[in-house]
Every structure is written in C-alpha cells, then in structure tokens.
Design a protein around this ligand. Sequence first.
Ligand code: ARG
Length: 477
Amino acid sequence: MTQFMNGNTPPESHTHESANPQWGGRFASGPAAIMSEINASIGFDRILWRQDIKGSLAHAAMLRKVGLLTQEEENDIRRGLAEIGKEIEEGRFPFSADLEDIHMNIESRLSERIGEAGKRLHTARSRNDQIATDFRLWVRDSIDGIIGQTHALMATLARQALQYHDVPMPGFTHLQVAQPVTFGHHLLAYVEMLARDVSRLRDARTRLNESPLGSAALAGTSFPIDRTMTAKELGFDRPTANSLDAVSDRDFALEYLSVLSIEAMHLSRLSEEIVQWASAAFNFVHLSDAFTTGSSIMPQKRNPDAAELVRAKVGRITGDLVGLLTVMKGLPLAYAKDTQEDKEPVFDATTAITLSLAAMEGMIRDLKPNKERMRELAGAGFSTATDLADWLVRELRLPFRTAHHVTGRLVGMAEKKGCDLADLSLEEMKSVEPGINNSVYDVLTVEASLASRTSEGGTAPSNVKAQAEKWLATLAA
Ligand code: ARG
C-alpha cells in the first residue's frame, strides 16, 4: 500500500459487498470505501443521540395519535429507544460507519431490537427534517448552557467589582493614561458586554425555536400528521411554515456562531487586558497559580497561558462562523449534503466558548489587584488635567475651550519642572490664569477626581458600588 510522506495511508477504494440496508433497495453493490469515508458523519454526529431519540419519541407519539401506529407499536418503539439510549450512555452501542449517521444507526438498531414497529417509525419523516430538528434541539441546549456559564462569569465580575468599587486605576484611551477610573468600574464594563451577549443568545434562541419535524424530505407529506403536537412535545413554539426552507435552513447555526464570535471577542479583549496587567511593566494584578504556568527554561516566569488561550479562541470560533457561511453560500433549495458540514464548526465553537468561559471565570475569581501600583499610575501622566479644566469652567465660568487651553499651559509648565499639577504653586498657577485660588488643589487628587464622576454611568465609587449591587441582585434573581 502507498504511504504518504506524512505517514498516513490513503483509504482503499474497493467497494463493499452489500448495499446499504436502510436505503439500498435499488443499489446492486455497496459504496466505495472512500465514499463511505467522505459520506459518514457518525464520527461526529453521534453527539446528537439524545436529541435524535427525543425527536423519534415525539414523532412516534404523534404517529400513534393520528392512527399511523398502534399503541402497542408505540410502546415497543419507546422501550426500544430507551434501551438504545442506555446502550449509548454505557458505551455499548455498536456504532457503524456503514450506517452513515446517527439517524440510521439508531433506526437500524431499533428494528434489530423490536422488529416491524421499528421499521414503521420513519413514516412521514425524512432524515432531512430529522437532522434539522435534532440540530436545532442541540443548539438550543447549548445556548442554555452558555447563558448559564455567562451568568456565572458576570456574577464573579460583579462580586470583584463590588469588592474593588473604590480602588483607583488609570483609565486609558489609546493605551495612554487618560483619567482615573476604579477597578470595579473597569470590571463592570465587561459585565455590560456579557449581558448583551446573553441578550443576543436569547434572541437567537427565540428565532430558532420552531420545529422542522414533519417537513419530511422537502415537500411535506401526504399523511395526516400533527406538526403542532410534535412541536409542543419538543418544546418548540410552533412548526416551521415552509417545508423547503425548514430542511435547508441553517440560519440558527449561523446566528449561534455569530453570537459566539462576538462573545469570544469580548473574552479575548478581557484576556488581553489580563495579559497586560499581569506583565511586570504594568504589575496591576496577581494571577493565581491555578491559571498560570512556568517556563521550562526561565525559572522566574509565571505565564498567563489561560488568558492567552482564551484570547486566541476567538480565532477558531470566528473561523467556524466563516466556514459555515461559506458552506451555505450558493446552496440551492432544498436539502443538500453540503449541510452535513454544518456540525463540526458548531461543535468546535461550543467546546471553545465553554472552555473559555470556565477559564475566564476561574481567572477572575482568583484575580488580586495590586492596589498600590494601580493607585500610583492612576495619578501619573497628569490624569486629573480634565478635572482642572472642569474646575475653571465651574468656578471661574471660563468657556470650556479656554479652560482647556489654560490647563494645557499648566500641564506644559509642570512637565518642564518634572512635577505633578498639584505640585505647582498658587503663584505659578496664577501666572497663567489670575483667577485661580487655593480650592483648585481639592480637585487635583485622584480620589477627588473619582468621587466627582457621579454622572449616570460614571466611575464614582458610589456609582460603581450601586451598579455592582444591582447586577448581583439581578443575577441572583
Ligand atoms: N447526516 C445527514 C446530515 O447531517 C442527515 C441528512 C441526510 N439526508 C440525506 N438525504 N442524505 O445532513
């Protein structure tokens, strides 16, 4: 056999002896091995088994209700599917690539176990509406899990924000020290971002929550099915309205990946800040041992690997989104096998965001700010210059533009002397603006600057404390 340079062996291309037992009626021989290899999705779609069984149970109950199955047949199907569920759970299920996917693996096993009734289950249904249903159910479950994890991270951020609501740190624009803010305020900014992510996840969930089951292959069915019954049974709000759309639509997966991309981008930004804060140059925070690693060559190192990996995960999640968008582009109605490529990106992105949220929650929970260092830098770089300009407006009624100019000259003077604004004497101040008096010094401290920022959404510790408490109450409700 040929060997590729990388050591892999190419799959053999001879044919199987027998045709597929589920759809092989008109086929004389089985597929080429390479065909099975490219066709089979069981390697990754087995993860949908719970949703597949759930969908089949709902379908069977409906078939019984409309008279297409007897009560006895439905009972057999229920029992058979329960046993199959157990087999899968306990790792005893004989998954087969020849049976392509999770739907045919389960259906074939059902017939093996219960006979005739198992073969009736596929009445008025197709794998096309089956996969559309299973996949929606799976994404819906994942959305619920991710909302839960996001809420946990928000609560941890809010708890830290409450604890550090009055700890000053430099606020940056352009990564230049701009004005003092509090550490709590900075953490709560991420709570707001994550709250929008949750809101987007909920929106996506609402739009997703329609049942494709009963659309059959593409055109609906001639059987007198009750789609509202199966929709209700599966927790969907209603059946989908157009069978062609229902079997080919993957908007729900794309929307999910879009929302995850945005959330992963938020986590990436926070990760970047953690990486910066933990560097010796900033020295703003201490990360716990649990979320750092050592270097194999430099004994002094403590690397923020978890933050770096979360920072990077957005790359694969956005890649998953772009990958699926590209798969869907140009697909004609209705179902096409291309859509089988929808699953791996969604599974991959789900694993990535789940890990990221867990790691971020742990890092934030353990994070300890270096208050002295943050306080020191909060006052550096003339960070209270805006407070001085505001004082000139408020006390001397200078127009803001003029006050800005006066302050600029005072900053220039302090810079030349190598001192802070508060270190300029009153005489020096008066030489630039004669109206300045002693009370100006009250606004030049970091603490005064912070306390004054009481406008709605501002960084004043009193605001931050109230906001953190509000979030903790909301999240506990
Ligand atoms: N495994 C398929 C998928 O994931 C299920 C639907 C197959 N339908 C078909 N007509 N071959 O998309």
